[in-house]
Design a protein around this ligand. Structure first.
Ligand code: GLA
Length: 660
């Protein structure tokens, strides 16, 4: 771990909001670069990410270096006042690498090689790949470390690969030896007494490859941990190289939103700047909520300002049907990210490609060019961000409520052979987040072992596996005066995915007032279950309360008639089903009010969101109909300069940024 104070995003933003995106000029003739720069300047673009997929251009033959084109671009950017986030190109090795060194190619669980011809065809475990990646990173850092355009490093791109190869298996064994020390400890943790899986030699252990029937769940869980750690090793190796050359520059790598392959809490600790790529579907009626969730999560990982590294100015090309963004939506969702603490609003990519797999993915300059609506709206947004940048940076967004999330709990709970394949961890998380969002409650995310004492309310949508430390943390939190609301399938297993005695940890059962958990009664996809207050979905439980618990809602009819659906003991609440959206919203609003947590603003119409960033109040209309919103007091709208007293009128997708 590096020592000393690391640079932050503030060192790159210096009182402005960054605006720009991935720039892939190697796809275009040099004349186009000059037009690009003119359009960038007109749109007030102040940051571009270069080099993400440039490896074969930079190193066309093993060991060769072609830097001339990048030299010219770095200079061009600098001459035009545009900062460069320089990427290491290691997400897409050149074809010669796989051709000469097949050991650099990943292998899937069925033993199939992932060939070049796409991207991300690198084995995180390959020593050869790691050597080439380090060499090109060294040379980029040496060549551009002192370049005045350089503001930040971007390592690789969306680390998301898996590898079941022999080389990965060797590293897996090494990783397991570090984790367990002895085979006895591994056999115990993996429960290998089941199905005759006991290991007598480390050499017998493989990555969890294609198997006849269900795989050992703890082996699979460890493989996910190992994969996240191997990718992190790749990242850290490149990071350390650029840090040595440029200790004054921040380093990032871009996360995918709620991506299952990386323990992002762990990764964020290794970054100077946390960044994320975010692509809600413009047609999704819950797009604003799903975007907000990722924004809150990213800010919480960053513990401060963060970067929206990529979004789409228009349609993507990877959904079944790819919808454009209606007029105003790009601006609205960009300002939503700024409200939630983003100090950078960037895109994939600057200019829409004419060739290649992503030619139908939008860019800030679409195929329609300068006259196209997409670029015109980008230009307007650039002006908006320039107008508010100095006021916004340095002010911070903070939630009143902590939502707990943990990748290891997700991985453990997402295995085959569980009570219901209908329970999808991200869906459950989104349902709870939606309820809080619609109740206008401001949320952060936290890890179950984080210090929670700053929050009056902690919400656990679902944490299937919990460590002892996490359980003790939750109990201490409630005993210290905090309010906790917890959803079903929480605290079922320990970190080895061993079911806790009683089907749920005894300390948690005591906390919530659950005397006995008899059975889970999962529901079919469209099935619902009645309670005396609402309808539940997805799941229900046969539980018996202890004498000191109060039943806040009870199942009605069917096998569970009269049994608790929502249980409470003091400030600890347990919700044994997934209430329909309005009911979950009502429940959480009530618990929040009891805990002394107020909505961001009272009386907000549906579909209007209010977010505080420091003393600025962002009001965002996610609807197409104009609305009038009560905002008591006198403010200045930083976007228009107008004085706003007590009410603000917002048009379709309208936004106000109010300073008192
Ligand atoms: C990701 C990648 C980009 C591009 C976009 C398309 O965010 O990082 O290179 O493929 O997706 O949406």
């Amino acid at each position: 771990m590096p020592t000393g104070k690391r640079p932050t995003l503030d060192d790159a933003t210096r009182g402005r909001l960054l605006f720009g995106g991935d720039y892939n000029p190697e796809q275009w003739p040099e004349e186009t670069w000059h037009e690009d720069v003119r359009l960038m300047r007109d749109a007030r673009v102040n940051s571009v990410t270069l080099g993400v997929f440039s490896w074969s251009k930079l190193e066309p033959r093993p060991g060769a270096r072609e830097f001339g084109w990048l030299d010219r671009l770095m200079d061009l950017m600098h001459d035009n006042g545009i900062g460069v986030v320089l990427a290491t190109p290691t997400a897409s090795p050149p074809p010669w690498m796989g051709h000469l060194h097949p050991d650099t190619l990943p292998v899937d669980q069925d033993g199939r090689t992932e060939w070049w011809g796409g991207r991300q065809h690198f084995s995180h475990s390959s020593a050869t790949y790691r050597r080439y990646a380090a060499a090109i990173t060294e040379d980029l850092a040496a060549r551009y470390g002192d370049h005045p355009a350089l503001t930040m490093w971007h390592i690789n791109n969306e680390y998301c690969t898996y590898d079941w190869s022999d080389e990965a298996a060797a590293r897996f064994r090494h990783w397991l030896r570090n984790r367990y020390g002895t085979l006895d400890a591994l056999n115990e943790a993996w429960g290998t007494a089941f199905w005759s899986q006991g290991y007598g030699d480390w050499a017998e252990i493989h990555t969890p490859r294609h198997a006849h029937y269900l795989k050992n769940p703890t082996q699979v869980l460890d493989f996910r941990r190992f994969t996240s750690d191997m990718l992190l090793e790749c990242y850290a190796a490149e990071r350390d190289i650029v840090r040595r050359a440029t200790p004054h520059l921040p380093v990032t790598t871009n996360f995918m939103p709620l991506w299952s392959g990386q323990d992002a809490w762990r990764w964020a600790e290794e970054e100077d700047v946390v960044s994320v790529d975010l692509y809600p579907d413009p047609r999704d009626p819950l797009g604003a909520q799903s975007g907000a969730l990722v924004q809150d999560m990213t800010r919480s990982q960053a513990r401060g300002p963060w970067m929206l590294m990529e979004q789409a100015a228009g349609p993507v090309n990877w959904r079944g049907v790819n919808h454009p963004k209606p007029r105003g939506l790009n601006r609205l969702w960009s300002l939503q990210a700024v409200a939630r603490g983003a100090d950078a609003v960037c895109y994939f990519q600057w200019r829409q490609s004419r060739q290649g797999a992503e030619k139908f993915h939008s860019g800030m300059v679409s195929h329609a060019g300068e006259e196209g609506r997409t670029y015109r709206e980008v230009k307007q947004l650039g002006a908006d961000l320039a107008r508010i940048g100095a006021e916004v940076t340095g002010r911070h967004t903070a939630g009143d409520i902590a939502i707990l999330h943990d990748w290891h709990a997700w991985w453990a709970g997402a295995q085959d052979g569980r009570p219901s394949g209908e329970v999808d961890h991200p869906d459950v998380l989104r349902a709870w987040y939606r309820a809080l969002w619609e109740a206008h409650l401001a949320t952060d995310f936290a890890h179950p072992e984080h210090d929670l004492t700053a929050y009056r309310l902690v919400v656990v949508p679902q944490l299937y596996a919990l460590t002892d430390a996490a359980i003790d943390n939750l109990r201490a939190y409630v005993h210290g005066g905090g309010t906790l609301v917890c959803g079903f399938l929480t605290g079922v297993a320990d970190e080895d995915d061993r079911v806790r005695p009683g089907g749920m940890d005894a300390r948690l059962r005591e906390l919530f007032g659950i005397r006995t958990l008899h059975e889970w009664w999962p529901l079919e996809r469209e099935e619902t279950v009645e309670t005396d207050g609402f309808r539940g979905t997805l799941w229900s439980e046969e539980i018996e309360e202890s004498a000191d618990a109060s039943v806040e809602a009870a199942y009605m009819g069917g096998e569970l008639d009269g049994l608790p659906a929502v249980l409470r003991r003091g400030r600890a609440w347990y919700v044994s089903t997934l209430p329909e959206p309005a009911a979950l919203r009502g429940l959480l609003a009530r618990v929040a009010a009891d805990a002394g947590v107020r909505p961001v603003l009272d009386g907000l119409p549906d579909g209007v969101e209010a977010v505080r960033r420091g003393d600025l109040l962002f009001v965002l209309n996610h609807g197409r109909e104009p609305v009038t919103v009560q905002v008591p007091g006198t403010h200045t709208d930083l976007l228009t300069g107008a004085t706003v007293t007590d009410t603000v009128a917002l048009g379709r997708y309208g936004v106000a940024v109010l300073r008192p």
